[in-house]
Design a protein. Structure first.
Length: 651
């Protein structure tokens, strides 16, 4: 990737610092319910169509659009009837596409409902854009200028967001874009005066978007890689790119050109090429340096930029400013993915590719047998769904888009209980349900560089976790790190150091609200009481063996996963009484599976009952709790200890 974690972290912190000023900076250009192009001393003020659309898209992308629904509807009512801007031809694809893209961003969730007249105008504008693609055989142009990759990508993305890009139109754009990409690459290789790096970038976006990953050929993959390499090779020493070929002509201003940060915003959002783009983070950092060096500071918390296309204006432009902020937002999303990959690499775990997120309660942990949260009462899975998984799931998509969990949303938990009760499995199921990668971390990672390197390793891992998003982290067997500071074990320097250091790190990750983290333990009684204070762990949940009913309903016991225990008991003539139910209830999943394997070969009820008694006698709940942790409690079985620990459960 050519970028170590330190550089990733620094670039991400810089992006976040700049994004803090987005709202105040765009507000500087606000006028009525829209935005001006520039702010000058003239008494003539008006809403700029394309500038307003760019500002809208920037604010919606960062979840910062705060205009109320009536005012938002007023803005859309203003924009929709407009047929031109800056004295361009009526119904031109540039103005039409920007209006429709702004409408698409705001009409659902941000605006009061539009009326039939508005809907009819939206349909008319969709038709205009569809016609532009059709008459240009896939490429979109304005006036005497030839079709441009910029205008084509603008129109395509607008129609695509509105689900109005038909298969016929996709095919036309696909053919034009691949052909045009080859032409533009040839012009650059030939050092032609007609070369245009911006065209290459927008064509890469088009072909990546229109060529499904499953159908792209090796030759096309090679062309994409070469195209990106060529594009970044054209980057100049100041971090920018040579001016694009003119796109069209503004009668009032002059020629229109592409703008680096508008283009980079679209490029960095293309999921199909994110793997390739990560290789060019050094180039993107160079572009960040350039835009950071050319900022206008117009007041406290107000930063603005100009495109440089029309020097006669001499003032910062709202659309250029909005483009820069949008760029930093999508860059932050790419950096978040890069950090996540770097974390898994550092932990020496492969980054999994989880499936799509689920949303229904029935899909949560459906392959995991249920147990009671309290004996004979509440279902653990129902409790976890209602009090933990569902609230997280409702906001998970926001986290992916860069919006942290709400302060009140639970996103951390302690899973405690006897060994073998699927605490790890439940953590995996939560990750699977959310569609997020699962990352188990155990204490051996802290010991990779010996005892003297423990604190350094802990600091590195938690520093990376603070910048990580969209991951379910399980701290497994971390009892030493959160042990009660008054216990005899905590007197050891190792335990005392880790306990003291762990608590603020957990609080910091919790406050950031960008991932889910869990601790799995067998020894909740010896945890430092401060660990469960609000701001560290939101839920403390006891995990017990599956219930008797869950075991009886399960059809896949035994080595061949084809045994139903209840049916086998009936076949053998075993009458299920209270004691048999109790014995089966005490068995963990793996212990019950071992019993089922023995049960397969038995032929009479007495042998079956003897086998069950034997498995129960040596099961986890009937074993004595190890005394290795210097507990003050008297010697006890796991079952008695679990009963005594039910008071630790919190909602």
């Amino acid at each position: 990737m050519g970028f170590d974690y330190t550089k990733l972290e620094a670039l991400r912190l810089q992006s976040k610092d700049i994004l803090k000023d987005q709202v105040a900076s765009l507000k500087y250009f606000a006028y009525e319910y829209g935005f001006q192009h520039i702010v000058d001393d003239s008494k003539i003020k008006k809403i700029s169509v394309s500038s307003t659309a760019t500002c809208v898209l920037s604010l919606v992308a960062t979840d910062k659009w705060r205009t109320d629904k009536p005012q938002t509807r007023a803005l859309l009512k203003f924009l929709l009837p407009i047929k031109t801007s800056s004295k361009l031809e009526e119904d031109n694809p540039f103005t039409t596409a920007w209006i429709l893209e702004a409408v698409t961003a705001l009409e659902k969730g941000f605006s009061d409902p539009l009326d039939n007249e508005d809907i009819a105008e939206i349909t008319r504008k969709e038709g205009i854009l569809q016609t532009e693609i059709d008459k240009g055989n896939g490429g979109v142009c304005m006036g005497p200028y030839p079709p441009s990759a910029y205008l084509t990508q603008l129109v395509v993305r607008t129609l695509d967001k509105r689900e109005k890009l038909t298969d016929t139109l996709k095919k036309a754009v696909y053919d034009w874009a691949w052909s045009e990409l080859a032409k533009q690459l040839a012009l650059i290789e030939a050092k032609s005066k007609a070369q245009d790096a911006f065209a290459v970038a927008y064509l890469v976006i088009l072909v990546a978007n229109l060529t499904p990953r499953s159908t792209i050929s090796p030759e096309q993959s090679s062309i994409l890689r070469f195209a990106l390499k060529t594009f970044f090779r054209c980057q100049m020493k100041d971090g920018t790119w040579p001016l694009s070929r003119p796109l069209f002509h503004y009668p009032a201003f002059g020629n229109a050109y592409c703008y680096e940060y508008e283009m980079l915003t679209q490029l960095l959002q293309e999921d199909q090429i994110v793997d390739l783009l990560l290789e060019y983070l050094p180039n993107i950092r160079h572009a960040v340096k350039s835009v950071s060096n050319n900022v206008y500071r117009l007041g406290a918390g107000i930063r603005a930029w100009l495109s440089g296309h029309h020097p006669q204006l001499g003032k910062p432009e709202s659309w250029a400013t909005a483009s820069v902020y949008h760029f930093f937002h999508v860059l932050d999303r790419v950096l978040a993915e890069a950090v996540r990959r770097e974390l898994f690499k550092y932990i020496e775990k492969p980054l999994p590719s989880p499936g799509p997120p689920q949303f229904q309660e029935a899909d949560f942990a459906k392959n995991t047998l249920d147990c009671y949260l309290h004996p004979g009462t509440e279902s653990l899975k129902k409790f976890l769904w209602k009090e933990f998984v569902q609230p997280i799931s409702a906001e998970a998509d926001g986290v992916v888009r860069g919006v942290p969990f709400k302060v009140s949303t639970p996103r951390s938990a302690i899973f405690f209980g006897p060994p073998g009760t699927s605490k790890t499995k439940l953590a995996e199921e939560i990750a699977k349900f959310l569609g997020w990668p699962y990352l188990p971390i155990d204490p051996s990672l802290l010991l990779r560089n010996g005892m003297e390197g423990i604190q350094s390793e802990a600091n590195t891992i938690f520093r990376m976790l603070e910048q990580t998003e969209g991951v379910v982290v399980l701290f497994d067997e971390f009892d030493e790190l959160v042990r009660e500071r008054e216990s005899s074990r905590a007197e050891q320097p190792f335990s005392r150091l880790l306990t003291t250091a762990m608590l603020p790190k957990l609080a910091s990750i919790h406050k950031l609200g960008t991932l889910v983290f869990l601790i799995a333990t067998n020894n909740i009684a010896e945890f430092d009481l401060a660990i469960s204070r609000q701001g560290r762990f939101d839920r403390v949940v006891q995990i017990m063996p599956p219930t008797y009913d869950a075991k009886m309903a399960y059809q896949n016991w035994g080595p061949d996963e084809n045994l139903n225990i209840e049916a086998k008991f009936q076949e053998l003539g075993v009458k299920i009484n209270k004691k048999i139910k109790m014995c089966l209830e005490d068995l963990t999943f793996s212990e019950c599976n071992s019993f089922a394997a023995d049960l397969l070969d038995l032929s009479n009820p007495k042998a079956a009952i003897n086998a069950l008694n034997k498995h129960w006698k040596y099961c986890t709940l009937q074993r004595l709790v190890p005394k290795t942790h210097a507990s003050k409690e008297e010697e006890s079985t796991w079952k008695k200890r679990c009963q005594a620990e039910q008071g630790f459960i919190t909602r």
